[in-house]
Ligand binder design. Structure first.
Ligand code: DQA
Length: 197
């Protein structure tokens, strides 16, 4: 299965990589990936047609401490859905959007830093709910600053309606967008936004 690739590039138009292939039958399979020059490299702006040959863009969905207690912890703030429910919701949404997701949770700051580092060159976007580390972690901010593609910060609760120490977010200094107070739907809205960038 030959996959010739033609790279077109011009300063004021699209940059595109065109993959062509002949499937075993007579139907040619083409897939086009295109980046607007206004976008940063690695962003998700691309068009596909009959793109069985291209693997879906990967988005990491990362969760910080105590998010494993979702459904049990303070349901008046965080609701009754569990983290497994959120993962399933994200998987269904990603499927509809043609994205692949890597959904994770950790209680460790260092582990979250390592996961963000691992996203470099691998993920085309990050959705992150750093939980309490949002308000304390310069290390997670620094890690996110090494990652070029879009980052959306999500909080289930409206942190601005809560204690003053939750009003400050180190991660917001890097995030391209912030969703707070929209419940677990915030995760799916973040994925939808990433699919449009
Ligand atoms: C949270 C808000 C944080 O302030 C808190 O520490 C969390 C969850 C949220 O999703 O609303 O653990 O990130």
């Amino acid at each position: 299965n030959m996959r010739p690739s033609i790279r077109l590039s011009s300063p004021d138009a699209l940059s595109a990589i065109l993959y062509g292939g002949q499937s075993s039958g007579s139907t040619p399979r083409w897939s086009i990936r295109a980046w607007s020059p206004l976008d940063r490299p690695g962003q998700l702006c691309y068009a596909r047609c009959m793109s069985q040959s291209a693997s879906p863009p990967l988005v990491a969905v990362l969760n910080g401490p105590n998010m494993n207690m979702l459904g049990l912890r303070q349901p008046h703030l965080y609701g009754s859905a569990t983290l497994d429910d959120v993962e399933q919701l994200c998987a269904e949404t990603a499927d509809q959007l043609g994205l692949a997701i890597d959904f994770r949770q950790t209680n460790g700051e260092g582990e979250l830093v390592s996961w963000v580092q691992e996203c470099r060159g691998r993920a085309q976007g990050i959705v992150i709910n750093p939980a309490a580390f949002t308000h304390t972690s310069v290390a997670i901010l620094d890690a996110l600053n090494t990652f070029e593609p879009p980052v959306i910060e999500v909080h289930i609760s409206n942190v601005h309606k809560r204690e003053e120490f939750r009003h400050r977010s180190y991660v917001s200094l890097r995030a391209d967008g912030v969703i707070a107070g929209l419940g677990t739907q915030g995760y799916t809205l973040a994925l939808r936004r990433l699919a449009h960038l």
